[in-house]
Design a protein around this ligand. Structure first.
Ligand code: SF4
Length: 754
């Protein structure tokens, strides 16, 4: 099942020569990030130094991982590439399509019935093309990757934005769209703009109530949701080495919430312990031979300001537990200030539900520390005030914590244990009463807390914290509770305090699972049949997008001018729509339905310029498409922030949108637009956003001369006949312009020209 040790040894064999060469060429000591990147150049040994934030570079990742919601479209695309087998080790994980409602067994059985067709499709495609398949119930992609595949100094991509979780084991692991995964699975190079570098120096040591999660909650507060854009965050210092490997994973996981390309940590003893404990002593032994290459050079960490583009320092000994939210993960509030903030902002103080687990926080250590608090409920004669749920990250974690008595402890406080899957973290939570849309507060140890993310209720205020803090808050049922200073009244009317959580980093008796849930692919998959029913509402074989006709786009209508935050959840909502992730036509009915129309401040209500009537965004887009009229989307800052789902790019492409013009893009989404043959453009002058009017018709005047580094000119013709000429910047290089010309990147691969 597991890792490919020969592949890992090859990475390490190459490392000294390539890193030494890079150090010479760059002419200075190297960060860990640079060492990993220069060791994974597509062309092998480095021959030039790359400009951070400037040069596009071809890389050769070691692995690919896909989750079930994004794998459908990725594998449908891969089937088009004409290959018999994936070129690099690849895995598929069934985790997003399992709805949490009753309990693990009931929910898993229901998911297997409801999504049987999709799981069968993923299983058979995996079997055919040499892909490792993790069955429903095996666990959440990032936890399974950390347990089985991540390795220090490795480079991987995954079709999920939290692929970055593997940075906890010293990888450069990056979330991408399915089209990028298809490139790598097809044996092509993977292109990335050489990132900028942010160094985070951790001094001191965590203790008491403070957890690794609080490090990233603090960093998110400092950098905000876009502060990491275009950068890799490298953590170092005594505080880093004193933390568990899985704690590092949590920190890297939520690097996605600051928009970072990824985050990573240098190799240390905690990683060695984790590798050995997860049955990978041979990887740990191989690491030991190149350990000095698996961390930044000492000079870098001694004088970080000289080597990183930005440096942040956090003293773990002084760090307070945080709760971030609601509605955005960068609204960071130390627990000592939460009561004051909650009252000031009129956030409901009563906590309805505490949810722990997910890919972000379901390590053995997390669960053990949370359980140490749950144990105090009976010991101190308390009553848990809020509902409480656990979603274990993997069957290995679940079986191990069950064996060690933690699940029983949680059951004693009335907890529900959901399936080893994403569940409430991705809106797959059939929460009773959510449809009433009542204003309420929940706390969870997940990573995202956008509106509607957990239960579909726009009035659920979700706060993100460490599992131990979430557990304490659920026991208290009060958002204003500070477990460090406040007492609770127990069933005897006495004042009691919770003692700070404790828990082992790794299970003393080792990890255990009777059946981790892995299916190895067929040695020869040529005879394996992949069946997609033409009448399926879940799966649809893809037809290639049309190539560009070589002319300026003219007469385009403004489809929507999106106002404010427009994440991939706003562009292609998850939750109930996850079921259509393998069917482009059907899922396109959710296109931009969460985006706010700047002209009427409503969601899913835009003007159809052909009729003058207001209608749903997908309906208007379909009307333009049917009439042969191209359309354009306009957006605000950090457009497409959030997940890596390429549906957010494929849907507009499918419904006839030609260009997306915004103040700024989130990286993955911008690349996804390019791959699908759309124009992803940014205002040269941000103030031009205000000039765009509801009835505008748009003409490109110089698209025929589309070239790298040359802005494009767009005329916005207003209803009264006046017009504004707007300059739009872009980041397309020659190769990416080739994608636009061919209609999509996949069209080039299928033609054997990429
Ligand atoms: Fe699943 Fe949530 Fe993790 Fe995404 S962030 S992989 S939805 S658990």
């Amino acid at each position: 099942m597991a890792f490919d040790i020969e592949m890992i040894r090859k990475v390490y064999d190459n490392m000294p020569g390539r890193v030494d060469a890079a150090r010479k060429i760059v002419g200075r000591p190297l960060t860990l990030t640079e060492k990993i990147l220069y060791n994974h150049l597509w062309d092998g040994t480095p021959s030039k130094a790359f400009g951070r934030g400037i040069d596009y570079v071809d890389f050769a990742p070691d692995r690919v991982a896909c989750q079930d919601a994004t794998a459908q479209m990725a594998l449908l695309q891969f089937m088009h590439a004409g290959k018999s087998k994936v070129a690099v080790p690849t895995t598929v994980h069934c985790d997003h399509l399992i709805q949490a409602k009753v309990d693990a067994a009931t929910d898993l059985a229901r998911a297997k019935t409801q999504s049987n067709e999709v799981f069968d499709f993923l299983s058979s495609v995996s079997n055919k093309y040499g892909i490792g398949f993790w069955k429903p119930g095996a666990g959440i992609i990032h936890q399974v990757v950390l347990e089985n595949y991540a390795f220090p100094g490795g480079m991987m991509i995954g079709t999920d934005s939290h692929t970055v979780n593997a940075g906890g084991l010293g990888m450069v692991a990056i979330g991408v769209g399915g089209a990028d995964a298809v490139d790598v699975m097809s044996g092509m190079a993977w292109e990335l703009k050489f990132p900028k570098l942010i160094g985070v120096k951790l001094t001191g040591k965590l203790s008491g109530w403070t957890a690794p999660k609080d490090v990233i909650l603090k960093v998110a507060g400092i950098l905000t949701v876009k502060g990491g854009t275009g950068a890799i965050v490298e953590y170092f210092g005594e505080g880093a080495t004193s933390m568990s490997c899985t704690g590092k994973g949590t920190i890297c996981n939520m690097g996605a919430e600051i928009g970072a390309t990824t985050s990573t940590f240098g190799y240390d003893a905690s990683m060695g312990r984790y590798l050995r404990s997860t049955d990978r002593a041979d990887v740990a032994d191989a690491v030991d031979k190149v350990a000095s290459y698996l961390t930044g050079d000492p000079e870098v960490y001694a004088n970080p300001e000289q080597y990183f583009d930005q440096v942040i320092e956090i003293n773990l000994s002084e760090l307070e537990p945080h709760l971030n939210g609601p509605f955005t993960p960068d609204l960071a509030t130390p627990i000592s200030k939460m009561k004051e903030e909650a009252i000031k902002n009129n956030w409901p103080l009563q906590i309805q539900v505490g949810l722990i687990g997910s890919c972000t926080n379901s390590s053995y250590e997390d669960i053990a520390r949370a359980a140490s608090l749950a144990k105090q409920v009976s010991a101190k004669n308390l009553k848990t005030k809020a509902e409480f749920t656990i979603t274990p990250g993997s069957e290995v974690v679940r079986s191990t914590i069950e064996r060690d008595g933690f699940i029983e402890t949680f059951h004693k406080i009335g907890a529900t244990v959901f399936a080893n899957a994403c569940g409430p973290c991705i809106g797959m939570w059939d929460r009773e009463g959510a449809e009433k849309e009542e204003r309420n507060t929940i706390v969870h140890s997940f990573n995202r807390n956008f509106s509607k993310r957990a239960d579909g209720n726009p009035n659920t205020l979700a706060f993100v914290g460490s599992p131990e803090l979430v557990t304490a808050m659920a026991i208290a049922g009060d958002l204003g509770f500070n477990p460090l200073t406040d007492t609770l009244i127990n069933e005897d009317g006495e004042e009691v305090m919770l003692e700070a959580p404790t828990g082992d980093e790794l299970p003393a008796k080792g990890f255990y699972a009777e059946d981790p849930g892995f299916q190895a692919p067929a040695a020869d998959g040529s005879g394996v049949q992949v069946v997609v029913s033409p009448t399926s509402e879940r799966l649809q074989l893809l037809a290639p997008f049309d190539a560009w006709d070589g002319k300026n786009i003219t007469g385009a209508k403004l489809l929507i001018k999106a106002f404010g935050k427009c994440t991939t959840d706003h562009i292609s909502m998850a939750g109930p729509w996850l079921r259509f992730r393998g069917h482009l036509d059907n899922i396109s009915n959710n296109m931009l339905i969460g985006a706010v129309n700047a002209f009427n401040q409503k969601t899913n209500s835009v003007k159809n310029q052909l009729t003058g009537e207001y209608d749903a965004v997908p309906a208007v887009a379909r009307a333009y498409k049917a009439a042969g009229v191209p359309s354009i989307v306009v957006g605000d800052h950090n457009y497409g922030e959030g997940s890596s789902r390429e549906h957010a790019a494929m849907e507009p492409r499918f419904l006839g949108v030609k260009a997306v013009l915004v103040k700024s893009f989130a990286r993955i989404h911008e690349t996804n637009l390019k791959k699908q043959g759309l124009l992803g453009l940014t205002f040269a002058n941000e103030a031009d956003y205000d000039k765009i009017q509801e009835n505008d018709t748009i003409n490109f005047t110089d698209l025929v001369a589309f070239a790298p580094g040359k802005p494009l000119t767009l005329e916005f013709v207003h209803a009264d006949g006046t017009k504004d000429t707007i300059l739009a910047n872009h980041t397309y290089n020659e190769g990416q312009i080739g994608w636009f010309v061919a209609g999509s990147a996949l069209n080039l691969i299928a033609a054997g020209k990429a």
